[in-house]
Unconditional design. Structure first.
Length: 273
């Protein structure tokens, strides 16, 4: 890894949150946990210098590697194109995902996504992809441990919050592994977690709550409730949910936001909408 950086006169970008996985056992473990193989299509976000990319290609899957840093592209292409990987230059937050995933002319899905994500974009990107790129049916993302815990948290977990509820609308999320700082170049100051997300066929919500307008109501209530999470719901949701609605939804107005699962929020949205 260091030799490749020196050969191309490169240095990891702190602004882009670049920490490259330099341990072959780790990338092979991640590829195995992704559960991909021949016949699968995988898109990797933040391919960097291609260590994980090669491990994914070794499984026999078709791999598309996305990288936003143009300075890394020559090194990345040198490493992964001989393995049959298609390299795309672009920012995952602004890509035309339909064009990228249909670049082979075989249609837009299903796809697996594997990514080593900087902590500052991880939550936003995961939620955006869940909402706007339904062709991606499964994800395995490596993120800062605290971010991973928030994505996968359930009611009662200390990390449970807005991202937890919104992710639960789209997918089942689980932390399935940890990655120590020692396998990265340069070494970050945080531990990383591996989070697997499997998209729901339909949201696991109350009957009648599935349309986009209802989802918008659910998310608006979640934002308001957690925005004042120390307050009882009758206070934090004042003006959005009245007393009768709490009763109809079988939700205690004295409860606080962290006590409600997605199904509870969806019932509130159904009667408040």
């Amino acid at each position: 890894m260091r030799e490749l950086l020196e050969e191309h006169d490169l240095a990891p970008s702190r602004a882009l949150g670049q920490n490259f996985v330099a341990d072959p056992n780790t990338v092979r473990r991640i590829a195995a946990l992704a559960g991909v193989g021949p016949g699968d299509r995988v898109v990797e976000v933040g391919a960097g210098l291609g260590s994980l990319t090669l491990a994914l290609a070794e499984t026999g899957a078709e791999v598309v590697a996305i990288e936003t840093d143009r300075h890394l592209l020559p090194a990345l292409e040198q490493v992964v194109e001989p393995a049959g990987v298609r390299v795309v230059h672009g920012d995952a937050r602004r890509l035309d995902w339909g064009a990228v995933l249909d670049g082979d002319g075989n249609g837009g899905g299903p796809w697996h996504l594997v990514a080593n994500l900087p902590y500052n974009i991880a939550t936003t990107l995961v939620l955006d992809l869940l909402e706007h790129v339904p062709a991606i049916e499964r994800m395995l993302v490596m993120v800062q441990r605290e971010v991973g815990e928030r994505l996968a948290a359930r009611v009662g977990d200390p990390a449970y919050g807005i991202p937890s509820v919104k992710v639960a609308w789209w997918a089942d999320a689980q932390v399935i592994g940890r990655v120590p700082a020692t396998v990265f170049v340069p070494q970050p100051r945080v531990e990383s977690a591996l989070v697997r997300l499997v998209r729901h066929p339909v949201p696991p919500v109350a009957a009648g709550v599935a349309a986009g307008t209802d989802r918008a109501t659910v998310f608006r209530l979640v934002d308001a409730g957690f925005g004042q999470r120390r307050k009882m719901l009758r206070r934090s949701l004042a003006g959005l949910v009245d007393g009768d609605a709490f009763t109809a939804a079988d939700v205690r107005p004295e409860a606080r936001a962290e006590e409600l699962a997605l199904a509870d929020w969806s019932r509130l949205a159904l009667v408040a909408g």
